[in-house]
Structures are given as structure tokens and as C-alpha cells.
Design a protein around this ligand. Structure first.
Ligand code: FES
Length: 96
């Protein structure tokens, strides 16, 4: 289970799928979503199955989300900003 090492920073709030989430200033979106219990960030373009965080360091691209209407943003490499709107990445399943 994830826990915070300290809690001395200012609080920042943003929304994920219209749900307000409060977190620490400087947290990544991925860290904030983990702490909020959110694990489903996008769907596989191959199977449509839910996908979520994996590497947490910018190499797997499993954490793609849509931020303020911009798709394909890595949640693990993007810091939370006050008032940002984060949504699950919407993708069409590719027929094979
Ligand atoms: S969790 Fe792997 S790139 Fe973000």
C-alpha cells in the first residue's frame, strides 16, 4: 500500500472523471490517482481491457490520460496543477 513520507506541501485539487481529488503540490497525476484509489486510466487499443499504471517512470506508456482536452499525456511524468481536468484516455479498439 502506498503511503506518504511527509505531508508538508500545499494542497492542490483537480478532477478525474469529474471527481474532485485533493493532493500535494508537486505530486504527479499518477501518484495522486494511486493515493485516491484510481487504477483504471485508459483502455487497451487491442482488447479494450482496462489499463493502468505500471512502471511509474515514463517508459511503458500505460498511464496515458487526457488533460484539459489534450490526449496522450503520461500521468506519471506530469505534475498536478490546480483545477486541471483529467479524464481516462478514450481509444478505439483496433480490429485485427
Ligand atoms: S506508468 Fe509507465 S509510462 Fe507512466
Amino acid at each position: 500500500m502506498a503511503t506518504r513520507i511527509d505531508d508538508v506541501s500545499e494542497t492542490v485539487s483537480f478532477t478525474f472523471e469529474d471527481q474532485e481529488i485533493k493532493t500535494r503540490e508537486g505530486d504527479t497525476i499518477a501518484a495522486a490517482l494511486v493515493m485516491a484509489g484510481q487504477q483504471h486510466l485508459r483502455n487497451s487499443v487491442v482488447s479494450g481491457e482496462p489499463r493502468g499504471l505500471f512502471c511509474m517512470m515514463g517508459t511503458c506508456f500505460e498511464c496515458l490520460v487526457e488533460i484539459d482536452g489534450m490526449p496522450n499525456v503520461q500521468a506519471c511524468r506530469t505534475r498536478v496543477r490546480e483545477g486541471m481536468s483529467v479524464r481516462r484516455q478514450k481509444s478505439e479498439v483496433i480490429e485485427q
